[in-house]
Write a protein that binds this ligand. Sequence first.
Ligand SMILES: C[S@@+](CC[C@H](N)C(=O)[O-])C[C@H]1O[C@@H](n2cnc3c(N)ncnc32)[C@H](O)[C@@H]1O
Length: 236
Amino acid sequence: MSLSLSRGKQLDVGHHGIAQDDLPPMDQGTLDPRHWFNNTPNPPPTDSPTTPRPIELEIGSGKGTFLVQHAKLYPDVDFLGIEWAKAFWRYAADRARRLEFNNIRMLRCDADMFIRHYVPDNTFQQIHIFFPDPWPKKRHHKRRLIQADFLRQLHRVLVPAEPGREGVARIHIATDHAEYFDWIQEHVAKVTDLFDRQPFVSPKSAGEGEMVGTNFERKYREEGRTFQGMILAKRP
Ligand SMILES: C[S@@+](CC[C@H](N)C(=O)[O-])C[C@H]1O[C@@H](n2cnc3c(N)ncnc32)[C@H](O)[C@@H]1O
């Protein structure tokens, strides 16, 4: 996969790519992902006069297409992508480095593990999950990323909701897989105390006629698949 993705070119993740081995041991406490962007110490000094920049998370970034399209429109926001597959992670980190996106970092690891064991409460302004692996076989359903317990973790790491302020403390989800969407709805129904469900709204970075504009969406659109999505707004 690596060769076909890179087309024989040497990929260089530079400081845009953080490997799983770069993570400190889990028992050393939480790790503020913001320190990967501006080299501030972790944790940042409490007497720091500057307000930290907002940070958003994308889980399962693939080739990083959403990130490079979206981060361009929001230069004052930092974007962390987490990608499990090494070849995609290398491709996306190299792409962000080549295009000189100082507001993108790609972390290679399992998103569930990282969020559960490393991320402090109230960290991300928004979370994006586009076309998560559907694991269609029943015996594999337990591998699905979106489950009630995981949604509770996402609730914990989202910043607090601010009444009247759109666009913060939200999870954006899109999928092409009808049965996975039903599953997501069932799990969302278990956490209605934490989130209000809202209709999906395409990000500003989506192209004309696109829901989000990721690689998988473009591929699936050619196959004639239809898409469903939702936004989960953290309850105040
Ligand atoms: C179907 S692809 C979609 C990629 C991209 N979002 C898109 O729409 O083009 C799902 C991606 O999620 C990644 N992924 C699956 N489970 C993950 C996990 N637990 N943590 C991080 N990445 C994961 C996969 O490696 C894969 O690249």
